[in-house]
Design a binder for this molecule. Structure first.
Ligand code: GDP
Length: 211
């Protein structure tokens, strides 16, 4: 049986931990990352999917993810340290049409190596615009997580933009697609604007980060 009190406490612990997050490094190369110890969660999402807004809502801070949007950092692994044992790593979106092919190949290899080799990595949190559904870029990221045997959690963002029925349908479709292709991935509705699903997502982070 689900223990609501425990879940609420876990969500609170995640909020407190995320609220203390400090930008530490933006890495072009894996060698620039902090030592591969403790635990970390990777965050991904197409540009404009609502990832920054989600990270801000989860942390209860308005500006947490702004640093990831600084020009030049959008193609780096942006590391936030929560405490000496825990980190969030904001991944670059390498799948965009605007990115030259050779750079895309570079980022593809870098992310592959990150997922393959990063022992501290515990899960992938992914922002997907609920109106677009799971797309090609998202599938690449989910594949990286799955190949490593890691869980993924999809936030279907901006759910306030859909009516209740349409949002429920989009959730059902996303879950059906994940069940077929990525059995270790879960999905939930999320809205930073309406604070929908915030504690549910915090609970997942608390579990992965051992909070
Ligand atoms: P990112 O590029 O994935 O980091 O996306 P942002 O967080 O910057 O959001 C992209 C756009 O979507 C911005 O205009 C946000 O204001 C908007 N947005 C993000 N989250 C929500 C939400 O929960 N509801 C609504 N209505 N808009 C949102």
């Amino acid at each position: 049986m689900v223990n609501l009190e425990t879940n609420k406490n876990a969500a609170e612990r995640a909020q407190i931990a995320l609220g203390r997050a400090e930008f530490t490094v933006a890495a072009h190369r894996l060698e620039q990352l902090p030592p591969d110890a403790g635990v970390e969660v990777a965050c991904a999402g197409r540009s404009n999917a609502g990832k920054s807004s989600a990270l801000n809502a989860l942390s209860g801070r308005k500006d947490l993810a702004r640093v990831s949007k600084t020009p030049g950092r959008t193609q780096q692994l942006v590391v936030f340290v929560l405490d000496p044992e825990r980190r969030l790593v904001d991944l670059p979106g390498y799948g965009y049409a605007a990115v030259p092919l050779d750079l895309r190949a570079y980022w593809g290899q870098l992310l592959q190596r990150y997922f393959d080799g990063r022992g501290a990595l515990r899960g992938l949190l992914m922002a997907v615009d609920v109106r677009r559904g799971i797309g090609e870029y998202d599938r690449i990221m989910l594949t990286l997580a799955q190949e490593r045997g890691l869980p993924a959690h999809v936030l279907l963002t901006k759910s306030d933009k859909l009516g209740r029925g349409a949002a429920a349908k989009a959730l059902q479709e996303a879950r059906a697609a994940l069940e077929r292709e990525f059995p270790d991935a879960r999905a939930q509705l999320f809205s930073a604007s309406a604070s929908t699903g915030v504690d549910e997502a915090r609970g997942v982070l608390a579990e992965w980060l051992g909070l």
